[in-house]
Design a protein around this ligand. Sequence first.
Ligand SMILES: Cc1ncc(COP(=O)(O)O)c(C=O)c1O
Length: 386
Amino acid sequence: MTDFPIFDPPERLLMGPGPSNIHPRVYAALSAPVVGHLDPVFLAVMEEAKALLRATFQTRNELTIAISGTGSAGMETCFVNAVEPGDRVLVCINGVFGMRMREVATRCGAEVDIIEAEWGTAIPTESVAEALSAAEYKVVAVVHAETSTGVLQPLEQISRLVHDHGALFLVDAVTSLGGVELDVDGLEIDLCYSGTQKCLSCPPGLSPVTFSTRAMERLAARQTAVQSWYLDLSLISQYWGESRVYHHTAPISMNYALREALRLVSEEGLEARWSRHLRNQQALVRGLEALGLSLVVDESIRLPALTTVRIPQGIDDANVRGTLLQRFGIEIGGGLGAFQGKAWRVGLMGSTSTERNVTTFLAALQATLAEQGYKGGGAVEAALSA
Ligand SMILES: Cc1ncc(COP(=O)(O)O)c(C=O)c1O
């Protein structure tokens, strides 16, 4: 006998900064029978996941795998493998995740310099050019999709500067992979990591990473051992490569789920998927504007997967988010850092990005705001006319 009933969580509409809603086919994959981590059936799953990840990252990089752990594990994997104590690293910060990269690089023993831009804006290319002309860096790190602000960072010019300088280009693609264009080879990104729970619509738990040949050469030339045994790619790559040397017991079910989520991406097609994310955000924005709400990020750098909305004067942040969750079953995110209590973060990632979810959310938000005396309407009509 147990005092605890069977666990029966509610079905939420996940419109926060992640996780996003899971596709039924991904849930089905999660419940498939577990096999051993060296079973030929699982090795085939790993090979298929690698091929699908390469297509999604748009890369031919041999070392393209799923790290066991969430997006932060991917971040650590990139830094611990690429950086040796004393290396100079330049980190661009315009939100929470740039700050986290700085912390991780510092813990690797790097000499870290930073470029800061105001939250809600992009990192200016000129600032990167200036920093690179003043010092020699081994690695330059940028967040592609800053989930704390909703900014989509343009990468092309920064990449050119970084390579002219001879550094490795490290990109956080946790909230961009599968939701907005990300061409790892075209942009010559050397180290890139993502997460499963955002635009790939898988549960959290794996972190897809990809390393260029240049990055692999840097790893091979290291003078010191990677200080994290668990995230040492020279060991992990033997398990994901031909020799299949045991390193750790892979999370079998999560890899099934990732493979299925990537099959869904492939069936939809990358470009169709990017357009869907953009189209549904545009409808959301129309609805929010009809309500008289203003957005934090300029349209030219707005991240389609996540929209940051200013909380109007006199509106109780916690009450609105609580009502959306408890009455309507909708989760949205509160503001982080500089935006705490000042903005909401509305995610439309992966399977969550549908016209139906946009209109459901707008209707619920309009009703919730009206209860607090906020005047404004026509959100759903505006979204539908977009
Ligand atoms: C841009 C970005 N980088 C890194 C992370 C860290 O990922 P995780 O929370 O899965 O460890 C997140 C999580 O939200 C993120 O949005």
